[in-house]
Design a protein around this ligand. Structure first.
Ligand SMILES: [Cu+2]
Length: 195
């Protein structure tokens, strides 16, 4: 019995190592070996190219810590997501095909191809990995928020490096496809290594 348990543990370990290797090869940060303590960050710009804030990412116990500092938003809640492409340029809207601000960032990061917009705590196998918690802008239009998500990492299959982060115009209903009815893309930043 003991031997059986040991063997199945080894099999499970080998299977998960295989998954890790595959993840690394598939991801945007594929093949990247990051030194310990490496962080990632994005400079948020509005569609006119004006810098409006920063988002920084660092791996902590229990997940990835995300810190957002932004201005120039309408007061209230704003959907925020990690989008697939490291490009903050105009591009076609997935639903209408019309060229919109930051459309080239593509859809929400969805490594398990769920095709499902969901909550910030839905497992990645059931919803977009890139679905982050909403942030709230003050009456003055500024956002200061820090949270930890278990859905994302710096590199690998769920890695944020070489992706983009987008702040939307409206609140996120955490359910409707493809983006929770959160409206237009107001600010966007490409996520790269470094503070
Ligand atoms: Cu989005």
């Amino acid at each position: 019995m003991t031997q059986f348990k040991t063997r199945s543990f080894r099999a499970a370990l080998l299977a998960s190592l295989g998954a890790l290797t595959l993840g690394g090869a598939l991801a945007g940060g594929g093949g990247l070996t990051l030194p310990a303590g490496t962080q990632a960050s994005a400079l948020l710009r509005d569609p006119q190219g004006l810098v409006r804030g920063t988002v920084s990412f660092r791996e902590v116990t229990g997940g990835l810590e995300v810190s957002v500092s932004a201005r120039g938003l309408t007061p209230g809640m704003h959907g925020m997501h990690v989008h697939t492409n490291p490009v903050c340029a105009p591009g076609p809207d997935a639903t209408t095909g019309k060229v919109v601000a930051f459309g080239a960032a593509g859809g929400h990061l969805d490594p398990y191809k769920t095709g499902n917009h969901a909550t910030p705590t839905t497992p990645n196998t059931e919803g977009h990995a890139g679905d982050l918690p909403m942030v709230t802008a003050s009456a003055g239009g500024t956002v200061q928020a820090t949270f930890v998500t278990r859905k994302l990492t710096l590199s690998g299959l769920t890695g944020v490096l070489n992706r983009s982060v987008v702040l939307h115009a409206m609140h996120d209903d955490y359910a409707s496809d493809p983006a929770g009815k959160s409206g237009s893309r107001e600010q966007c930043g490409v996520i790269s290594a470094g503070r």
